[in-house]
Design a protein around this ligand. Sequence first.
Ligand SMILES: [Fe+2]
Length: 209
Amino acid sequence: MATTTSSTSSKEQLTTTQISPNQPDAFQGTPSYTVPGLTIEQGAAAAAALQRILNTYNDLHLTLKHVHWNVVGPNFISVHEMIDPQVETIRGYADDVAERIATLGSSPQGTPGALVEQRDWDDYSIGRAGAIEHLAALDAVYVGVIQSIRKAAEETEELDDVTNDLLIGHLHEIEQFHWFVRAHLENAGGVLSTTGETTEKGSAKAATS
Ligand SMILES: [Fe+2]
């Protein structure tokens, strides 16, 4: 997955209240109920913010598995094995977010078609490659993911404390995962080899040149 801030997709964006032909019939847009203490509109707005994060997490755990399978060369096993706990955690976070959407009275969209239709970033752009190339690309991925979660947390700060708390809780571990990745790209002076790069391929090139 590319960073969410470097969209190159030309397709029109759908909001979570628009029904796409690829989305299940059960998706109704505006919910008929939500949690006590929120208006229907507040519940729908929190669910919409969460749907973007559900898409982010579903894309991220698939992308991490892709890296797990495609990393080659020196340091293969350390990166291969470092990735799986991240996959498991992010899959669990996707479940947390999807169930919060349902709790808020909306329908979480978890199908591959809905993900591809709603996301505003491209597929992860690196196939079989060395450990440093993938780690540099994952640095760019995690920057986009963390920016998206922080944005959703800000959007829900005044809207729904529970949703905001859920997202802030996820950031604790996701920012640590980002550090695990970045530690491989940092020199003894504390400088990242990916500094100034915002794309996966640009970061991979910078880290290996
Ligand atoms: Fe495996």
